[in-house]
Design a protein around this ligand. Sequence first.
Ligand code: GDP
Length: 202
Amino acid sequence: AQIIQADFVKSSVRTEDCPSDGLPEFALVGRSNVGKSSLLNSIVRRKKLALTSKKPGKTQLINHFRVNDSWYLVDLPGYGYASAPQELRMDWAKFTKDYFLNRSTLVSVFLLIDASIPARKIDLEYAAWLGENKIPMTLIFTKCDKRKKKKNGGKRPEDNVNDFQELIRGSFETVPPWIMTSNVTHQGRDEILLHMAQLRNY
Ligand code: GDP
């Protein structure tokens, strides 16, 4: 599943403005600083494909990247900016929820979770919302190379991954697929591509 070509196509403000050619797509979303840009670039083996500005206010866009002229990778705004005004945070939530509920070509949401820290409330809530609304989801655990630290409760990435899955179990009928990744060791990169290829062929 080697990626040959990936091109930025467009940024959309609303779901209705997204590309209308019907190609299947995968949306990447996660808390700010989870490693989303790094992962996106690692998947397509580019240094700087992700154009999403990290400044709150400039991130309210749905960014489409077309891969091999046959499917899309979609970069969604990160959530959980501590510094963003409440009003703006509500806006993001509304806008991404509308996309999740109404984008018919969306194959799976790839929810990025930092495996180097214990489960965060906002991530658990996000996952639960997707589960309760029956939006297909894949859990992508990031930073799995990071060693345990005392201040993080002394837990290993594997422990945090297990804890997270345990905590969201009640919101899902079946356990969502999950992949452990690292942009340092490139763990999980091929697995993600393979998983996407399998989902596209359903
Ligand atoms: P974004 O805000 O979600 O787009 O996150 P970035 O891709 O900009 O990454 C945020 C920070 O985490 C940066 O300092 C990255 O170098 C670091 N980072 C991203 N992925 C990994 C990873 O797999 N392992 C480690 N150790 N650090 C990572």
